[in-house]
Ligand binder design. Structure first.
Ligand code: IPE
Ligand code: IPE
Ligand code: MG
Length: 249
C-alpha cells in the first residue's frame, strides 16, 4: 500500500515558521491563455490551502510574500487590481480565519497601501489579535532593505535620545526593531515558479533557513506540494555551523 505524503511527515520535526514567495501568477495565466490578472484572481485557492496545511499540521507561523516594494513599479492597472483583490480577499476570508483561530499580522510599509486596504487589514488584525492558532503574516508593500533601513533609523533615534547605550547593541536589538519583531526566525523558505532568488524578502530572518525551490506556479501550489516541501525539509541536516556528529549525538 502506498503511504500518503501526509503520513510520511514527521510531526515532531515540523518547521515552526514557513515563509513563502508566492510567485508565478502571471505565467500561470499566460499558460492558460488568459490575462495576468486572471492569475492573481486564481491565487487565492493556493493561499487558502497553504493556511489550511499549516493549521492541520500545527505549524506556528506562516508568512506570505504578497506584494513587494518593487511591485509598485508594475503597470498601474495591475497594481490597482492587486490592491482591490487584497481588500476583497480580506473581507471574504476573515470570518473563516477567525473561526479557525488564526491571528493575522502584516509586515511592510502599510502607509503606502490604499486607505481602504489599510483599514480592512487593521480591522482584521484587531478582530483576530487574541487568537492563539497559526500566525498568518502577510508581507505587503514589503522590502527587506526597506525594513532594515527603518530598523537602523529607529535604533539611531533611540541611541540619540539616550534610550539605549553602547552595551545594548546586539542581534536582539536588531530583531526588536524589525517588522518581524514578534516572529521567530524562518525555518523553511519556499519559492514557487522556478525562480531561484530571494527578491528582497526577509534577508535577516532567513540567515539560517532551509530554502526550497519548486517549478510549480503559485496557483497550482496545493496541499500535496506543501507536503513535498516539508518532507524535503525534514530530510536535511540543519547543522548551524556544527559538525554532523554533534547533531546526531
Ligand atoms: C506573483 O506572481 C504575485 C506578485 C508578485 C504580486 P507574478 O505576478 O510575479 O507572476 P509572474 O512571476 O510574472 O509569473
Ligand atoms: C516577488 O515576486 C514578490 C512577490 C511574490 C510578492 P516578483 O515576481 O515580484 O519577483 P522578481 O521580479 O521575479 O524578482
Ligand atoms: Mg513574479
Amino acid at each position: 500500500m502506498e503511504i500518503s505524503l501526509l503520513d510520511q511527515i514527521n510531526k515532531e520535526k515540523l518547521p515552526n515558521h514557513v515563509a513563502i514567495i508566492m510567485d508565478g501568477n502571471g505565467r500561470w495565466a499566460k499558460k492558460n491563455g488568459k490575462e495576468r490578472t486572471f492569475g492573481h484572481r486564481s491565487a487565492l485557492g493556493a493561499v487558502r490551502s497553504s493556511i489550511e496545511t499549516c493549521r492541520r499540521l500545527g505549524i506556528g507561523y506562516l508568512t506570505l510574500y504578497a506584494f513587494s516594494t518593487e511591485n509598485w513599479n508594475r503597470p498601474k492597472l495591475e497594481v490597482n487590481l492587486l490592491m482591490t483583490l487584497l481588500s476583497s480577499a480580506i473581507k471574504d476570508e476573515i470570518k473563516e480565519l477567525h473561526k479557525n483561530g488564526i491571528r493575522l499580522n502584516v509586515i511592510g510599509d502599510m502607509e503606502k497601501l490604499p486607505k481602504k486596504a489599510n483599514k480592512d487589514l487593521s480591522q482584521a488584525m484587531d478582530l483576530t489579535k487574541d487568537n492563539t492558532g497559526c500566525v498568518l503574516t502577510l508581507a505587503l508593500s514589503y522590502g527587506s532593505k526597506d525594513e532594515l533601513l527603518s530598523a537602523i533609523k529607529s535604533i539611531a533615534k533611540k541611541y540619540k535620545d539616550g534610550e539605549i547605550s553602547d552595551e545594548d547593541f546586539n542581534e536582539e536589538l536588531v530583531h526588536q526593531n524589525l517588522y518581524t519583531h514578534d516572529l521567530p526566525m524562518v525555518d523553511l523558505m519556499i519559492r514557487t515558479s522556478g525562480e531561484t532568488r530571494i527578491s528582497n524578502f526577509l534577508l535577516w530572518q532567513i540567515a539560517y533557513s532551509e530554502l526550497y525551490f519548486t517549478d510549480v506556479l503559485w496557483p497550482d501550489f496545493n496541499e500535496e506540494e506543501f507536503y513535498k516541501a516539508i518532507l524535503n525539509y525534514q530530510n536535511r541536516e540543519r547543522r548551524f555551523g556544527k559538525i554532523s556528529e554533534q547533531i546526531t549525538n
